[in-house]
Every structure is written in structure tokens, then in C-alpha cells.
Design a protein around this ligand. Structure first.
Ligand code: ARG
Length: 703
């Protein structure tokens, strides 16, 4: 008998399952037996009375869940944090518990109404009193944790619950005497599991399986070496026995119907206090600003969702709604995260959505010096396709050479500050690279309702691809191609060999001849098959007129490779009259530069194919500079490569028969990309027809 340990319980006079606020209550409304509940509760009460002191609070009518005193509040010494229930169904319990705590002479701390926290159901002290484990995710809000840390003057470790069956921390987590921990790991997110593993050594962790978890084995009352619970498997009992614990099982099935068991039915009101320890929490908060068509375009939803999905929490500090259709809204939001790591992850995603720190807050980004050529400092900021600006000496400096997956180098020479994207491999020791996410913003075009619909249209068109939809997209692309050509702009085509196999070669040749293409990017194969077709009439051995394989045709492409190797290059083969038509021919004839990037599966290769991939990437990047539009024709590999090098604002049209490729490429979150799911040969033929239609009137007036 331990005199000093006290619990609070509440007799089940008014207990029933009256409503559904957790998955266990579903299908159980009014299905529990009052008599059996009373009997089970009494049993638990007597077991506990033998090992501790049990106080009772008078049950209040109309508040059936008041039996679950774990949710009354959290007690440490003279201080109590009163629960602030998430569900209105339980909020009426608060004054009753408050009165009881006050009758004990405790100091009762109350959270703001909109900051839910459900007491010892969601906050469990380490049995040695070293720290408090506090949960968030379902009932309690992360932002309540700093209050608790302050009021109880203790370190709070925040854990995120992710399985709604285990909606309270005490349903899946139970600190035991001697620093042991009984818990169900899948109830927590990865970050929380890491935190648990950092604090509790492996030999002290007792991870249980799902069968025990759903019997509420973690919802146990631990008094010294005794563990009182509803039910545990024989394995678990044996394991706990070996560690010196005595397990007492007492059935609590009637309470399980409401989603609780022994621990929920009790509140420990005497907890060990360690006066030498003080409040700390790793929770970080930052304020961001957002501006744009926040509601129309769904930007705000996306921002808030990503905060929560990544384990953070938010508070909208202010919101100014743009009232007219064209006016933009602005908002300031306080973001909290359980740790710096999580905060950085959330912030980098928010930056992608155009969120910025309030200007007065940061004067500089964090810079770190590159120590080793080709290797960035650990925490380097990874660039995106969006135009980015960084804060240096209290000014916003635009980042040059924007591309995805690079680092940002800042250099200051003779007072002039420049910032530019660099690939990791190109970094040089001594360069200054931005680390962290402070003082970085991406500049996004205000997405309006109209633009978003247009974007959705193109995705939809991509998805279902009815012929009329493809025609509509083609009309739009043809119009833009003509505009770009007439204004002296630049269109780059990336193409895979499928262009040739599907009969698109003649149409692509036509586009090049007519000046619609300013550079061609591809691999060995497109060039080989194009020339095979031009010179032998087959594409990978298939007769392109009849569509049937030609005897010995599988060797054709090697013959072509060999031939071009003899000439030394594609251009030389054209010069000497060996190659007289086709895509590659038109490139050479019309001075359209091309780059062929090699790969492991290349036959030959052609003398023009660059097998040094770093060189090939550089060549691609060079040809892509200043591009207005990229037509990506059935080449996942080359198109993704190109997509990574291209900043937002460049229109990308991705055509592929495979919807997955189209989605992957169009889903850059930028308004400018259009996906078309269709046969690429057909697409090119429609495009050429449409361009002819558009250009005809001009030709007619010329005498
Ligand atoms: N029906 C109650 C609720 O959903 C059960 C509370 C269980 N208490 C606990 N500490 N897990 O709130």
C-alpha cells in the first residue's frame, strides 16, 4: 500500500454511450449495459483502493463521459491544467472538474477556448518525473503544449497521433516504473517514433502489437510494480512479468464501447515532482504572410493542409479578404511545429506556395561556406522551379539561373550582391550557400479563379482525352506556337523514338522546316530511328508504309548507326548527300541545334550522341536558355530531365499516351504546364493541320 499515490475516479451513475466522438463509439450508442458497467467499474475501484488512495468526484447528470476522469485535467503538484474539450459533447464536464480541483486547493490554469487539450488523456508524465509526453493530432492542439510547459514548469515532448482509433495518448502509450514504456508505435508518426526512441533506450521499450493495442493494453494504470488493465495477451503478460511487473486484468468491456479502459477511468493526482527540472519545449513558431487569390485558387487550403499533414499547427492571425473578383487577399498565419526539423520541412513547402516571412523579421538568410568541392552544407536550401528571392543585407535579391534541385550561392563582390542556382556538383569550396529556410521567398503569379479552371481543364483533357478535348488543346498550342515564331521566340522540342514509330516524323520535320522549333533534345534512339526511316523506310525494322516487319529489319538501325559513324556525324552525312530527309536532316538544314544525350541502353552510339552525361546535361541546359515553350513528345526520361532544368513561367506541353507520364510532368504546380494524353503521331498531325489552317490566309494574300 502506497499512501502517497492518489487517484481520482467518477462513479458511472450517468454513464452511457450517448453520442459518437471516437471510432469505438460507432455502433455502440446505448448498447452498453448499465449494470455490467457499474460492476466492472466497482472492480477496478477496489483493485486500486488496495494499492493507492482513490478520491471520488460526484458524477453530473447529462455528462455520460465524465467517468473518464483522465480527461479532467493534468495535475502536477499544486498546479492543474484544466481540460478544454475538443468536442462540445464533453465541454460541460469542465466546470464540474474545475470545482473539484479548486476544492482540493489547487491552482487551476485554463487554456483559451479555441486551444483544446484533454488532460491526462493526452499528457503522460514520465514515471521518473523527468518530462511530460504530450500528444496532439486529434483532441489536443500542439499550441496548447507551450502553455502546459510554462504552467507546470516541465519539459514537454510533443508526440503526434495518426491513427484515429488511438485518439488519446493514453490509448496507445503508457510510461511505467523504472523508465519502461509500453506503447503501440504505429499510432505515432515517424518523427514522434524517432523522438520516443531517442528518449527511451531500446531495452526499456515494450512495443505491443495491434491485437493487444485494440484491447487497450496500453490503457493501463501503473502503481509501482503493478499494472492494472483490461486484457493483455499471454506473451505480453509474460514479457511484463519478466521485467518484474504484476499484471492485474480486470474486464472493462462496457467502457471500451466508449473508447476507454482502466487508465481513462482514473486520474493520477499525485505525480513525482523534480524541482531541479524546468520548462522547455522544442515547439517552434513562425509567422508567415500570404497574398493572392487565397480562397479562389485554394492556396490557403493547400497551405493549411500541408502544415497539418506535416505535423504542425497554425493560427490565422489576420485575414483581409479581397472583395472584388480581381482583388487579392492577404493573411498572416502563425505556424507551430514540434521541432526545428519539422518546422523547416513545413516552411520549405510553404515557401513553394509563395509564403513569406514578414519583412521586418529577417534581414539575412543563413549562409554557410562550402567546405568541399561538389558538396553543399548539410542543411542547404533546395531550389524549386519558381522565381526565388533571398534576403541579403535587408534587401530582396532575385536568384538567377533558377532551376529545380540546386543550391543557392550568394556572392558579394565590390558591394554588389548576386545570388544564383548551382548544381551540387558545381559548388566550389569557399562559396557561400544558403542554409535553412529563413529569408527566402518564391514569387508566384497570382493564380486567379480563371487560370485555375483553365489548368483543371487541361488536366481533365489529359485524363479523359476525348478527341474533341485533344483538338481544343491542339488549337491553343498551335496559336501559341505561331505567336512565338512570329515574335522571334524560342521553342524547344524533346522527343522520344515513339514520335517516329507512330508516324510523327514527317510532321515534326515539317515543324522544323517551318521555323517552329529552335532546338531539339533527345537521345540516341530518336535520331537513329528517324534516319532509319528516312533512309530505309523502316522504324525499328517495321515498314512505316505498310506497318509490317521487314525481313532482317531488326538490323536496320545498326546499319544506320554504322553508316553515320563512317561519315563522322549526322551533319556530315547530310552535307555529303547521304541523308536527304527527316527530322535530323531538317535540323541540320535549318540550323536547328540538337543535343543527343546518351544512356546505358544505347546501341552504337551515333557519333553525335554525348555519352558523358554531365556534358549532356550542360548542353541541354545551354540549349534551354531563354526558352518560351517546350514541347515534350513521348519521352519520359528526357522530358523529366528537361523539366528539372526549367524555371516556372516556361510553358510546357507534355504529350504521352501514358497518363502517368503526363501527370508526372504537368504536375509542377505551375499554371503553365499542359498535359495531353494521346498518341503522339496523331497529336503532331493535328498540330500541323491546325498550323496550316492558321497560316493559310497569310499565304493567300501573298501574290
Ligand atoms: N468517450 C470518451 C471520449 O471519446 C472516452 C474518453 C477516454 N479517455 C481517455 N483518457 N482515453 O472522449
Amino acid at each position: 500500500m502506497t499512501e502517497t499515490i492518489r487517484f481520482l475516479m467518477c462513479p458511472p451513475d450517468h454513464y452511457d454511450v450517448d453520442y459518437v466522438i471516437n471510432p469505438w463509439m460507432e455502433g455502440n450508442v446505448h448498447k452498453s449495459s448499465r449494470d455490467r458497467a457499474v460492476e466492472q467499474w466497482q472492480k477496478l475501484y477496489h483493485i486500486l483502493k488496495d494499492i493507492a488512495i482513490v478520491d471520488l468526484v460526484e458524477p453530473a447528470q447529462g455528462w455520460p463521459d465524465m467517468v473518464f476522469t483522465a480527461n479532467a485535467g493534468l495535475v502536477l503538484g499544486d498546479n492543474v491544467v484544466l481540460s478544454c474539450f475538443y468536442h462540445p459533447e464533453r465541454q460541460g464536464e469542465e466546470p464540474h472538474f474545475k470545482a473539484w480541483f479548486e476544492s482540493q486547493g489547487s491552482t487551476v490554469h485554463e487554456l483559451p477556448r479555441d486551444l483544446p487539450f484533454e488532460g491526462a488523456g493526452d499528457a503522460l508524465l514520465d514515471r521518473e518525473g523527468r518530462w511530460l509526453w504530450a500528444a496532439y493530432g486529434f483532441r489536443s492542439e500542439l499550441d496548447s503544449h507551450p502553455y502546459i510547459a510554462k504552467w507546470l514548469d516541465i519539459e514537454v515532448l510533443s508526440l503526434r497521433l495518426i491513427d484515429e482509433r488511438f485518439y488519446h495518448l493514453d490509448t496507445c502509450f503508457c510510461p511505467l516504473t523504472g523508465g519502461y514504456l509500453l506503447y503501440y508505435p504505429p499510432a505515432f508518426d515517424a518523427y514522434s517514433n524517432r523522438l520516443i526512441e531517442m528518449r527511451v533506450p531500446a531495452e526499456k521499450r515494450i512495443a505491443i502489437g495491434e491485437p493487444d493495442a485494440v484491447n487497450f493494453a496500453c490503457n493501463a494504470v501503473n502503481v509501482n510494480q503493478t499494472i492494472v488493465l483490461n486484457k493483455a495477451s499471454s506473451d505480453l503478460k509474460a514479457q511484463l512479468g519478466e521485467l518484474g511487473f504484476t499484471v492485474i486484468e480486470t474486464p472493462l468491456t462496457e467502457f471500451l464501447k466508449a473508447g476507454g479502459a482502466s487508465k481513462c477511468l482514473t486520474l493520477r493526482v499525485t505525480e513525482p515532482i523534480r524541482p531541479e527540472l524546468h520548462a522547455t519545449t522544442q515547439i517552434e513558431s513562425r509567422t508567415i504572410q500570404m497574398k493572392g487569390h487565397l480562397l479562389d485558387s485554394g492556396l490557403l487550403n493547400r497551405a493549411l493542409d500541408l502544415v497539418v499533414e506535416n505535423g504542425g499547427s497554425f493560427k490565422v492571425l489576420n485575414f483581409q479578404l479581397g472583395e472584388q473578383r480581381q482583388s487579392t487577399s492577404t493573411t498572416e498565419i502563425k505556424i507551430s511545429a514540434p521541432s526545428q526539423d519539422v518546422m523547416e520541412e513545413i516552411m520549405s513547402q510553404l515557401i513553394d506556395l509563395g509564403a513569406v516571412a514578414p519583412p521586418q523579421e529577417v534581414c539575412d538568410t543563413n549562409l554557410q561556406t562550402v567546405a568541399q568541392d561538389g558538396v553543399a552544407p548539410d542543411d542547404f536550401y533546395v531550389t524549386t522551379i519558381y522565381p526565388t528571392e533571398v534576403r541579403v543585407n535587408c534587401q530582396w535579391v532575385p536568384v538567377q539561373k533558377q532551376r529545380m534541385d540546386g543550391a543557392i550561392v550568394v556572392s558579394q563582390m565590390e558591394g554588389e550582391i548576386t545570388a544564383y542556382c548551382k548544381l551540387l556538383r558545381d559548388l566550389k569550396a569557399g562559396e557561400q550557400v544558403i542554409v535553412g529556410v529563413q529569408g527566402i521567398r518564391t514569387v508566384r503569379k497570382a493564380e486567379s479563379r480563371e487560370q485555375r479552371n483553365a489548368q483543371e481543364f487541361s488536366f481533365m483533357g489529359a485524363g479523359v482525352s476525348s478527341e474533341r478535348r485533344v483538338e481544343l488543346v491542339v488549337e491553343q498550342i498551335a496559336w501559341e506556337l505561331r505567336q512565338i515564331r512570329d515574335q522571334g521566340g524560342k521553342v524547344v522540342v524533346t522527343a522520344g523514338p515513339v514520335v517516329i514509330h507512330t508516324g510523327g516524323g514527317e510532321h515534326l520535320s515539317h515543324l522544323i522546316r517551318e521555323g517552329y522549333v529552335q532546338a531539339l533534345l533527345g537521345g540516341n534512339a530518336i535520331a537513329v530511328h528517324d534516319m532509319e526511316q528516312s533512309m530505309m523506310g523502316t522504324s525499328l525494322g517495321v515498314d512505316m508504309k505498310r506497318g509490317t516487319p521487314v525481313r532482317g529489319g531488326h538490323r536496320h538501325h545498326l546499319k544506320i548507326i554504322n553508316l553515320i559513324r563512317r561519315y563522322g556525324s549526322i551533319a556530315k552525312a547530310v552535307e555529303q548527300g547521304a541523308l536527304t530527309r527527316g527530322v535530323m536532316y531538317e535540323c541540320v538544314k535549318n540550323n536547328v541545334p540538337f543535343s543527343l544525350a546518351g544512356s546505358i541502353r544505347d546501341d552504337g552510339p551515333l557519333p553525335d550522341t554525348e555519352m558523358n552525361l554531365i556534358k549532356a546535361q550542360e548542353e541541354y541546359a545551354r540549349l534551354l536558355e531563354g526558352t518560351d515553350m517546350i514541347l515534350m513528345l513521348s519521352s519520359m526520361l528526357h522530358s523529366i530531365g528537361v523539366g528539372n532544368m526549367t524555371p516556372a513561367g516556361v510553358k510546357m506541353v507534355c504529350v504521352d499516351i501514358n497518363p502517368a507520364v503526363v501527370t508526372k510532368l504537368s504536375d509542377r504546380g505551375s499554371v503553365e504546364s499542359v498535359g495531353v494524353v494521346t498518341d503522339v503521331g496523331l497529336f503532331l498531325s493535328l498540330l500541323v493541320q491546325q498550323l496550316d489552317k492558321l497560316t493559310k490566309p497569310y499565304k493567300v494574300v501573298q501574290p
